[in-house]
Structures are given as C-alpha cells and as structure tokens.
Design a protein around this ligand. Structure first.
Ligand code: ADP
Length: 655
C-alpha cells in the first residue's frame, strides 16, 4: 500500500505542530472532542430530519480510553463517521482557512515565529501531532458497510487501507511521544489529567464524554471480625480498613451547554475558552453577550465580539451568521438571517425551542420567530456596544479599529435605513480634539453661531488635516470631523443630520458662515477689483470648471477646488471613478469650482500681469488649476504641459 504525501501546505503546518514549542499542548484533546461532538451533531440531525427510528439522543457518546503501557489515548465517537474520500480530504489537508495562509513559505516562517498560531487557523485535528508520534484513525461512515483505516507517523505521509470496525463512527488512537527533559507527555496518560482537561475545556459538550476511572472502595470485613468499623481486635489495635480498586465508567462532562448555564456561575475564562474553541480564534473575545429571553419567542443567545477582524472579514469570502440550535440540536452552522450586515462580525450561538428542526435556509428567511429573534439580538448588540462606548472607551476604540468600517458601510447601505441604529456608534477623528469623537460629543461642543457639522474626507487623517479647504474653518475655531474612508462621504450623506444639525463638507460651495458687515464689504470690494481678471481666468478654464471665484475658506493656500452646486461632490467623483464599469458608464464628473485666495500674493501678481500682459494669464491659470487638482488628489489632464509650464516659471525666476 503506497504511502501518500500530505499536501505541501499541510506538511508545513504539520512540521510546525511536531516541533511546536506551544505551551498549551493539552488543547489537542479539546480539538478531538469537538470534532467528535460535531460528528455526532451531524448524525443526530440526520436522524431527526430523516425521521430514522430506533436511535435516540441517549445512544450517542464519546469515549476516551487510556493505555499507559502502550502509551496510547483512544477517542471514540458514534457520530457520522468518514468515508475513504472523507479521510483523504479532511485529514490529508488542513482546514481551508489555514491552507490559504500557509500557501507560501514566507507566511509559514512568519507564523512559525508566532507561537499562537495554533487554533488560529482551525488546525483542529493536526494539533494531535503536538503530543503524538503516531496517529491511527478508523472510521465507518453512516450508511456504509466498509470501515477505513488512516495511519500517519508524522510529516512524511499517511496511508489508507480497509479497516475493521463494528459500528458507525470514528476511533482515533494517538501514540503519545516519549517524555523529554522539557516535556512530560506521559502526563496525558493519566486518567485524572484527562478528566481535568475535559472539565476545563469540554464541559459544555452536549454528549457524554465517558472514561473508565479507577476507583476504590472499602472491602467487606473478613470472616470472624464483626465488621463494624472502629472495633478493636484481640491486641487492642484498630484493624486497618481494607480497600480494593475497581473500574467504573464515569461521565466526565456536565453536558449543560454554556449558554444554558447561569451567567453568575460562568467565569470569563470559561467564556473565552468556549469562544476560542468553537470559533477557531486564538485571541480572547473583546466582549461577551450572554442573554436569554422568555416570551412569545424564547431563546438563549451567547454572542461574542472578536478582538480583531478575521483576515478575510472585508472580502466577499467572509460568511456571516450565528450557529442556530433548536432545543439543543444544531440545525445550522451559519444562520445569516440572524445578523444584519452591519453586525456581521458577531459570532455566537442561538438556541430556541420555538424553531422547527426541518427549517431550510430559504424558509428561514421568512420565519417569523427568527425575524423576532433577529430584531431583539440587533437591539441587544446595539445597547451592549453603546454601553461599551460609555463605559470603556479604550476597548470601544479597539472595537472601532477592527469593525468601524463595517458600521460605516451599514450607514450607507439601504439609503441610510439603519442610521438610527448606528449613528451613535460611529467615531470620527476631530480636528480640534485630535482624537476620535462621537457625533453627540461634536454637537455638544458646537459654537453658538455654528449651523453645521463640518466634515472633510480624504485618503488619510494626515492628508485631510492639510487640505486647504479646512484652513479658514479651523482658524475660526470650528471643529471638523475627518473621514479617511471612501465610504465616509456616502455614510455621512445618508445620516443627513444629527440632533437637527446638518452635515456639511468643507468643499461645499456654501459653508454657511455668517460674515460681519465689514467683511462683506471688503469682499465685495475685492471682487470688484479683480472682476475682469476672474472673468478672464474663467474664460481660459472653460470646460474645466463651472465657475471661478474669490474664496472665503482659504488662508495660506492660493487656490482650492470645491464642488459646484450640482449633486455630485468631488469626493464622490473620485470614488465612482474607482468602481468597476466607471469607464463604460461614461464617468460622471462633479461640477468643479476654482476658488482663489483673495489675500494671496498670487492674486495680486496675476492682477498686475493682467494689466501688462493679458495673454500670459492662460498659462498661469492652467498651472493654478492643475495645482488645485493635485492638492485634491485628482489626476491632472496633461502632466507634461504642467511640467513644462513650471519649468518655464523656474527659468524666469531662478536666474
Ligand atoms: P475543523 O474541525 O476545523 O474542520 P479538523 O482538522 O479538526 O478541522 O477536521 C477536519 C475535518 O475532518 C472536519 O471538518 C470533519 O469533517 C472531519 N473530522 C474530524 N474528526 C472527525 C470525527 N471524529 N468524525 C467525523 N469527521 C471528523
């Protein structure tokens, strides 16, 4: 029988496991027990839905057996089992998420340096290699006659042959490594050690985990003695009570699922262990939400907010959903309809007695009970996040770092349908506070004469901070919120207003700032003075901008591009340009208005030039327009012409 090689990335992971210096090697037991429990879940579900008779929940079990002399631990389950193909596919390659990350050598090296990789990629079964020198799996799949045996003695490969096994299910035998100076693998061969590991990591498993335990009992007193304890024999000595050992099968776990237990009796560690085990994370959750409701629909829910976004969270590979149980029977691994998209980061379990076992994904969408649960969960998640924001800002900001973008998408989705759920959960960087603030905090600080909530969007906080459009507002002491994500422009448009205050982009044609009579007069005078020049610039920039005017928002910069009165803003134009199909759809352009700083030396110089050499205005206006485009992060139409024009200027002035 030919030995088969593990797939390349699996082999690398295996090597890592075998030589692992991970300190929590004991988790292998939890992983194997979880797999066994999942396999029973699958079979039990089939029995219920296919109405197979003669089997009941009580018939299912997981059994652990230890043989100290042979140095083996055997874990048996009577779950769904694996076919030959299953063995090949499931145990010959590592979980998909893992293989993705282990695709190249470099990633593996990086991961190897990080001891915590175990569990991170759902390496489940493979963790057994941390403690084993050999592994044998014998499995008979439900509905099959033939059992199959899978054997591996490490990273160099595995073999599969026909095997012998009575009932359906899987039996996994680990041959435990010899002890070394640093590692006492032999400890795992102690039934007491196994028992305590099951209690610690797998207590909530809903099927009995059984093991033969050695016990002792007092032996009946021998003939002649009166048998009562404490009586004296002829010498006046107390007879030493006699004990004998015997073997008794014990159920090691309490079998009550964690979500059914009283909150007050569950430690943070238990929650964290449950989360990490069930949802293959290596970090403790940021927040645990344990809630139960009795009423028209009753359910228990145990929800977790992860501490960081999964690597594929913002890709289309990510699948949201909660694990759904009907009276303790798992009916769906990822019930997507239980979570709105903006809370898709939440992981967890929902168990309800009011759901039908046979419900399909399609039916689920229309299920009224489920809809009711979803609404309550959404409210609960919202209020828990609000409480976190109010009570532990640092933690909330960590959450925001991981999932804030998703909440912003949520604001934008459905034309702002969820804005009432989300508007108090969003954070934006503040120009004046120099930190993240809520909309509520912004509004509470607004100046008396301030009509709008000002915001600026751009590539990054640093870049936004340098935008010319923000100069005058900052100077006047107005706070500006910075939106560094593409979605911000849309998200804020969808919120529209907060506590009656509308949002206003710093690029908006009208910033809505009251001017003093004196300022107004000054501005009018300037406009009059430069009217001809401005008209000339407008003429030479025709087709590029819809208007040219003197600016009220600039201080040190000479020019700025702002949006016209039309609906599309410059920021939106930039985003639309990046969307697929933009070219074909005939790119929509925002109306652009070029504003020129009325107090800048450039304007004065141009004024003079206009008097002496009007023809030259064309070149300079072109350069100014291109500069404004560059500052806005927009491409210029003719970079070569721009470069030539700048060169000419240098030649002229640098002599
Ligand atoms: P994961 O459990 O994260 O999928 P594992 O490497 O632990 O990854 O297991 C791979 C797959 O092997 C499982 O998804 C399951 O299909 C199968 N498997 C593992 N153990 C058993 C078992 N005891 N009974 C049936 N199938 C199993």
């Amino acid at each position: 029988m030919a030995k088969k090689q593990f797939k390349a990335e699996s082999k690398r992971l295996l090597d890592l496991m075998i030589h692992s210096i991970y300190t929590h090697k004991e988790i292998f037991l939890r992983e194997l027990i979880s797999n066994a429990s999942d396999a029973i879940d699958k079979l039990y579900y089939r029995i219920l839905t296919e109405k197979i008779t003669g089997v009941s929940k009580k018939d299912f079990f997981i059994k652990i057996a230890v043989d100290k002399d042979a140095r083996t631990i055997t874990i048996t389950d009577n779950g769904i089992g694996m076919t030959k193909k299953d063995l090949e596919e499931n145990l010959g390659t590592i979980a998909k998420s893992g293989s993705l990350l282990f695709k190249n050598e470099e990633a593996t090296e990086k991961a190897a340096n990080k001891i915590d990789i175990i569990g991170q990629f759902g390496v489940g079964f493979y963790s057994a290699f941390m403690v084993s020198e050999g592994i044998r799996v014998i499995s008979k799949a439900y509905g099959e006659e033939q059992a199959w045996e899978w054997v591996s003695v490490g990273a160099d490969g595995y073999s599969i042959k026909e095997g012998v096994k009575e009932g359906v299910g899987t039996e996994i035998t680990l041959t435990i490594k010899e002890d070394t100076d640093d590692e006492k693998y032999g400890e795992f061969l102690s039934p007491w050690q196994i028992k305590s590991l099951v209690k610690r990591y797998s207590d909530y498993i809903r099927y009995p985990i059984k093991m033969d335990m050695e016990k002792s009992r007092k032996v009946e007193a021998p003939e002649g003695a009166d048998g009562a304890a404490g009586t004296n024999d002829a010498d006046g000595q107390a007879a030493a009570p006699k004990y004998e050992t015997y073997i008794e099968e014990e159920t090691l776990n309490s079998m009550v699922p964690l979500w059914k237990r009283a909150k007050s009796k569950i430690t943070e560690e238990e929650y964290a262990d449950f989360y990490k085990d069930k949802f293959a994370d290596f970090e403790d959750p940021l927040k645990v939400i344990h809630t139960g409701v009795e009423g028209v629909v009753s359910y228990d829910a145990l929800l977790f907010i992860p501490a960081r976004a999964p690597y594929n969270y913002y890709s289309k590979d990510f699948e949201k959903g909660l694990q759904l149980y009907s009276s303790g029977v798992m009916i769906m691994d990822k019930a997507a309809d239980l979570l709105p998209d903006y809370f898709s980061f939440v992981k967890g379990v929902v168990d309800s007695q009011d759901l039908s076992l046979n419900i399909s994904r399609e039916l689920l969408q229309h299920d009224r009970q489920l809809k009711a649960i979803e609404q309550r969960l959404e409210k609960k998640i919202k209020s828990e996040l609000e409480a976190l924001l109010a009570g532990d800002r640092e933690k909330y900001e960590k959450f925001w770092g991981a999932f804030g973008l998703q909440l912003k998408f949520g604001l934008y989705d459905g034309y702002g349908a969820a804005k009432d759920v989300l508007k108090d959960l969003v954070l934006y960087y503040s120009s004046s506070e120099k930190k993240l603030v809520t909309l509520g905090e912004y509004v509470s600080r607004m100046k008396e004469d301030q009509k709008y909530i000002y915001y600026a969007t751009g590539e990054s906080t640093e870049k936004i901070d340098k935008l010319p459009q923000t100069e005058m507002l900052k100077d006047k002491g107005y706070e500006i919120l910075y939106g560094p994500d593409q979605v911000d422009e849309f998200a804020l448009k969808m919120i529209r207003e907060y506590e009656g205050k509308e949002f206003k982009s710093v690029s908006d044609p009208d910033l809505g700032i009251e001017e003093s009579e004196e300022d107004k007069k000054k501005a009018e005078k300037k406009a009059e003075k430069y009217a001809d020049l401005i008209a000339e610039i407008k003429k030479v920039l025709e087709g590029k901008v819809t208007d040219v005017r003197l600016s009220k928002r600039l201080k040190s910069h000479p020019v700025v591009l702002v949006s016209g009165e039309g609906g599309l803003s410059l920021e939106m134009e930039k985003i639309l340009k990046q969307m697929p199909g933009a070219e074909a759809a005939g790119q929509r352009k925002a109306e652009r208005v070029l504003e020129i700083n009325a107090d800048h030396a450039v304007l004065k110089a141009l004024g003079k030039l206009y008097e002496s050499d009007k023809k030259q205005i064309k070149t300079y206006a072109g350069v100014l327009y291109d500069q404004a485009l560059l500052m806005e992060g927009l491409p210029i139409e003719d970079p070569v012409a721009f470069s030539n024009a700048v060169c000419k200027l240098i030649e002229k002035t640098a002599q």
